[in-house]
Design a protein around this ligand. Structure first.
Ligand code: PMP
Length: 465
């Protein structure tokens, strides 16, 4: 992966290793391996310094929905930068373009959500959601009702509070997380966690019962909210079992516990509906958005809430004198202009219709690997999917992840020219740009297949299968 410097060019690999601390990377190993340096993007492809093309089957980090060369987004940013490049939203001020975006997003969002705030990242959005919930329960005279429940394998970000909601070991382990007031319940992965013969519906009932028991054990007067991604992303692309959200929402209602829907990945058409909430019949009290809202061309996230939550916090801020939350870059006008243009493009090009038209091809291309000796499960919705590697299908046996087979597969994928992502427990993730054509998807599946065969060969050589 290390690319030698060409004449006259800087040796990015050497400089990187000398000074740059990467995210979500084995920092020790990185000093040996060096970076993968991308220098250019075009459509659904990115290119390294040697001009080698990679088809981006992950849209970066599930975010570059419109690919890597959408000129209209660059023009929108330029226009805003040369009109009003920055303004904040403290003390009643704002840029006009940010109000326009707020109106547009509230119109798009699921019905009960009527008010919106902005931040720059998904982590900030989820931190903000937690603070909103705490402020809200103080406002309505329930100061003890503060615990937030998330699920094993959830990913909600990495800041101190959001990183406490995230239940992936690498994110909390070694960082002294989770913080107090955060609790966790089971992951809704039927393939991995259902008991013998347990149907999806029965599994969903068991998970809802577990949540109910957890709330009762903690004391309903101490539990404020439950947070969930409609489909878990980084935790494995876990599609919930049938009836899951219906049953979970019933439990939450019983105990007056709010539902925060984290749509940072599932928002804006990724799974064939504008939001995952639509697909799964979720009526959120709070919803967080990010990533594809700007197609990742500028950082921006959002937090939507119900009118009743806004009314309470507005009244409380009246008493206290101010609602003391927000960031320098909340509602940044350049990001807002890029988001508006992104939403226009999604609409004009009927991206949602396109995603739905190509989904059957995408899912069946991946499904065709179900018979491969290493593949235990192919799961997903829309243009979001994962292929689960297993050591044995029957009896079901997962690999010891220290064997690093999915990691090896992803590295082979890079060699073949496709960028994939390894998730925990030896799953391989796919989230191709929303603009992908059927030919792009065929190429992704083909290159993945080659990497899968390489992996099988190595697994056999090492006596793992
Ligand atoms: N929520 C979900 C569902 C995510 O997938 C992510 C990022 N992958 C986040 C929150 C955090 O977003 P960010 O990295 O922008 O802080």
């Amino acid at each position: 992966m290390t690319q030698p410097a060409v004449d006259g060019a800087k040796d990015w690999s050497a400089i990187d290793r000398a000074v740059y601390v990467h995210s979500s990377t084995n920092l020790q190993q990185h000093l040996v391996d060096g970076p993968m340096v991308l220098t250019r993007g075009e459509g659904v492809r990115v290119f390294d310094g040697d001009g080698k093309a990679y088809i981006e089957a992950m849209s970066g980090l599930w975010c570059a929905g419109l690919g890597f060369s959408e000129k209209r987004l660059a023009d929108a940013a330029y226009k805003q930068m040369t009109t009003l490049p920055y303004y904040h939203n403290f003390q009643g001020k704002t840029a006009d373009v940010t109000i326009e975006l707020a109106e547009r997003l509230v119109a798009l969002a699921p019905k009960p959500l009527t008010k919106i705030m902005f931040a720059s990242s998904g982590s900030e959005a989820n931190d903000t959601a937690i603070k909103l919930v705490w402020y809200y329960n103080n406002a309505r005279g329930k100061p003890a009702k503060k615990k937030i429940i998330s699920r094993e394998q959830a990913y909600h970000g990495v800041t101190i509070a959001a990183g406490s909601l995230t239940r992936l070991k690498a994110i909390y382990d070694g960082f002294d997380l989770p913080i107090d007031r955060i609790r966790h319940v089971g992951c809704p992965h039927h393939y991995k966690l259902a008991q013998d013969g347990e149907s999806e519906e029965q599994f969903a009932t068991r998970l809802a019962d577990e949540l109910d028991a957890k709330i009762r054990e903690e004391g309903p007067d101490t539990v404020a909210a439950f947070i969930a991604e409609p489909i878990m992303g980084a935790g494995g692309v876990i599609v919930p079992p049938a009836t899951y959200f219906e049953k979970i929402q019933r439990v939450l209602k019983t105990h007056d516990v709010l539902l925060i829907c984290d749509e940072v990945i599932t928002g804006f058409g990724r799974i064939g509906t504008m939001f995952g909430a639509e697909k799964f019949g979720i009526a959120p009290d709070i919803m967080t958005l990010g990533k594809q809202m700007t197609s990742a061309y500028a950082p921006m996230s959002a937090i939507l809430m119900r009118e009743s939550i806004f009314e309470s916090i507005a009244a409380e801020s009246g008493k206290r004198g101010t609602f003391g939350h927000g960031y320098t870059y909340s509602g940044h006008p350049v990001s807002a202009a890029v988001a508006l243009e992104t939403l226009r493009i999604y609409e004009e090009r009927d991206i949602l219709g396109h995603v739905n038209r190509i989904t059957p091809t995408f899912q069946s291309l991946l499904e065709s690997y179900s018979n491969h000796p290493l593949v235990g499960e192919v799961r997903g919705e829309g243009l979001l999917a994962a292929v689960q590697l297993v050591q044995s299908k029957s009896p079901k046996k997962f690999f010891d992840t220290t064997a690093g087979l999915a990691k090896y597969l992803v590295a082979r994928g890079h060699e073949h020219g496709v960028i994939l992502r390894v998730l925990q427990n030896d799953a391989v993730a796919f989230a191709p740009p929303l603009i992908s054509t059927e030919d792009d998807l065929k190429q992704i599946a083909d290159l993945f297949g080659r990497a899968l065969d390489d992996t099988l060969k190595v697994a056999r050589e090492r006596g793992l299968v």
